[in-house]
Ligand binder design. Sequence first.
Ligand code: C2O
Ligand code: CU
Ligand code: CU
Length: 554
Amino acid sequence: MTEKRISRRDFIRFSGIGTAALLGGGTLVNFLSGCTTQEVVSPTATSGISGAAAAESTLPPGSGISGVEPDVEIAMRAVPSKISILPGEPTSVWQYQAELLKGPPGTLQNLPNTYLGPAIKLNTGQQVRVHFTNQLSEPSIVHWHGLHVPQEADGHPRLAIGSGETYVYDFQVANRAGTYWYHPHPHGRTGPQAYYGMAGLFLVSDEQERALGLPAGEFDVPLVIQDRTFDRDNQLIYMGNGIMTQMMGFLGERILVNGQPDFTLPVATRPYRMRLLNGSNSRIYKLAWEDGTPLTVIGTDGGLLEKPLQKKYITLAPSERAEIWVDFSQYPIGSQIRLVSLAFSGNDGDMMGGMMGDASLPQGAPFTVMAVEVAEKANSSTRLPEKLSSFSHYMAADAVNAGSPRTFTLAMSMGMSWTINGRTFQMTDVADDEIVKLDTLEMWEFINQAGGGSQGRGMGNMMGGGMTLPHPMHVHGLQFQVVEREIDPAFRGAWETVSDGYLDEGWKDTVLTMPGERVKILLKFEDFSGLYLYHCHNLEHEDMGMMRNYRVVS
Ligand code: C2O
Ligand code: CU
Ligand code: CU
């Protein structure tokens, strides 16, 4: 049986057919194991339905209600739906739909013609309540990626709710202005759920940002970049069942922007703010303007930079964001400018992909992402500010463990699964070296182990645990700062095809760690104690268990 056929069957199964078979946790496990491997769906994936809250005694079951009156109240649901993406048959998707129950009109912004959920637009300081109802036939939970929220509101997989259940989130928007986002986080099923359409932007604004007078309204353009593969009937194919695809991460053969293929953005001859989100499961983009114009970067995962930055290209790994400033005033009407992804290397996976006949658009292959069409004249006095924001820089010397960073080694185990310090995810497990203290600044180091040590990088070695791939490492609950990178000389060549595109100058919640690379970050655990996650944001790696808890203790 080909991979394609397996995957298509997987999609049909999860698009609503056979819903009855999914009722009840035990049944779900049996049902899934009929078509997947243990690595894909471990029994813990479903234990979250009832046992989750109980396992973490500090949490009230099924709810994060704080009792504080919300300024904004939203009813949100995850539902199967259909949408026209390609000409012909509509595509079955899963999506977030939302309704504003209370709060300023404009809090929810629906993007046109897309499976993506509405952009949720909030201000720092607002108290938010979200009633999330799961209308899928399998457990799910929403995670607010990049937000600094209490553990009850973080969407940890142990909080996943079953079909028909509702989870209430209560939190205050503590983050500074920036481009954050939301997506599902049930253990073992984040990859497919996000792939079938569940994701949306979470845009925060604040005083400091508004004072800059950056392009707003239609001139502030969200661009969510994803890759998808369609079958002949326009249905999404997810190759989540193949163990090779799991190990490498899913790579789609078509690029979608805001859920649309061949995306073209009509613009006027004036400046724009563009918010780029890599919402792909595992694809990394090396973004550049095709005509060689440098990109003017104004923001990263955690909001605006201190000052604009000129880049030949931006390396954007899954879940990373970059905000750019683009001024089209010099372009003649009718001109087209393409945003492309340039070729890069650094994937043993290239080899694996070719071998498996998978990924017609391999990781690192060049392609067009979208086009911009200069369609009308405009006059604007908007200028790029020289200074965008100010924030404090963590000092390595202030870290409680500056001399000996907490290290996290990323490697493939002999059992063919991606691991962090040799471990995989267990729902509520926290190892001794995963406990941190509230109100401390720490240094962490992610080490992407180079090719399995001395064994070389041959085929046998890949199967035996030496395969190396990029890992975008994400930490929940906070924004961190990148302080140092080091590359193993054997991997320098490949590394240099992406390293100029890193945006280490700003606040980050995800940091790409290339093969042979070590990255040091500084993070501060503030305000909330409890159980949070850190993981690889290659969603197939995450679903395989390349994810761990860390606990903040007071
Ligand atoms: Cu986008 Cu666990 O996160
Ligand atoms: Cu996150
Ligand atoms: Cu990974």
